[in-house]
Design a binder for this molecule. Sequence first.
Ligand code: SF4
Length: 395
Amino acid sequence: MLHCYVHIPFCRTRCPYCDFFLVTRDDLQDRFFSALREETLARSDELAGRTIRSVHFGGGTPSLAPAGRLGEWLETLAGRAVLPADAEITLEANPEDLSPGSLRDLASLGVSRLSIGVQSFLPLKLASLGRAHDASDALRATRAALETFGNVSLDLICGAEGETPGSWVKDLELAAGTGAPHVSVYMLTLEKNTLLEREVRKGRCELPGEEAVAGMYTAACELLGERGFLHYEVSNFSRPGFFSRYNLGCWHRESYLGFGPSAHSFVRRNGQELRSANVRSLIRYMGAPRSAVEQSERLSPEEQRNERLFLSLRLSSGLDRNFLLRHHEDRDAVLAGLDRFRREGLLEEAEGVVRVTEKGFLFADMIAEEFCFSSQKRGADDACGSGVARLADKH
Ligand code: SF4
């Protein structure tokens, strides 16, 4: 069983808050897709005989890619691995790229799920986020995607400039009212070296404070819960049966291969676990796609346990209590920590499973930090910190 991620590194422009790996030129798509094919052929051994459970086209803006090139890549994949008809194939899309024609093309390739970067349904908020689409694009694209696919996820951001608790609830209601069965809620974060970070630093833009944003997150949990969504991961809400198979696979630490510049892979082989990252340069990637891996590391048993700890505590399915107690060097500290978080209403336990409560989701990384398996100082580095979750989130 294997999952695949493909990083399509093209956007029309860079949004002011975004620090993803991407370029804003369109003339390199042909060379990129040729390189992607080369990389995939070079990794035939890793694909041979494997059954693909999910493919995720992320980016960047995969909906900018010509459908024919996406289809060719899927054929290359299907020639080297088993790609069943019921594999989940997700494409991240921006609303301005979606028309009835493009949606039909994507469906005919086998794309089965769309993840739409609407971010908001409110005109002022979309303008403050510097998005290329407007509110009517967001609504039109969502409705059209639902007609073609049914399996549609909406990305929403909270914490934009000028956003109030009231306007956020309105945004959530509009999103829930579309009928989309999956919603991802992200808190706007200030990433280094972005335009937004510079504007905030210079005092030209003021974002809602941490407490206000935490309140918005809590409001999302409540409203989406009332509308029948299951809160299955810190940022993800789904109607029954519409969980992201790809994301769940990553969070459950199933093997995945990442293709394209900056993509990450995680592979279990012969009892070992390996993480690797492709080169973060499109030019270097296209120059040598057969040797795209730039970094790789073999995870120590302690790193493996920390990854399981951090990722499991972000999920509603939780973590086996015995796993914590069996491997931890300080059993008494674990028991005391579990007791304290339970009394604070952040953790609950049932049938040997420890899971965060609705209130605890907001503190999942902090809670995991408390239980981290490490002889090093807690929080000192990524082996024991939320870097694990960041790595798995972003690919
Ligand atoms: S469209 Fe998405 S990936 Fe592209 S710049 Fe904007 S936020 Fe980043």
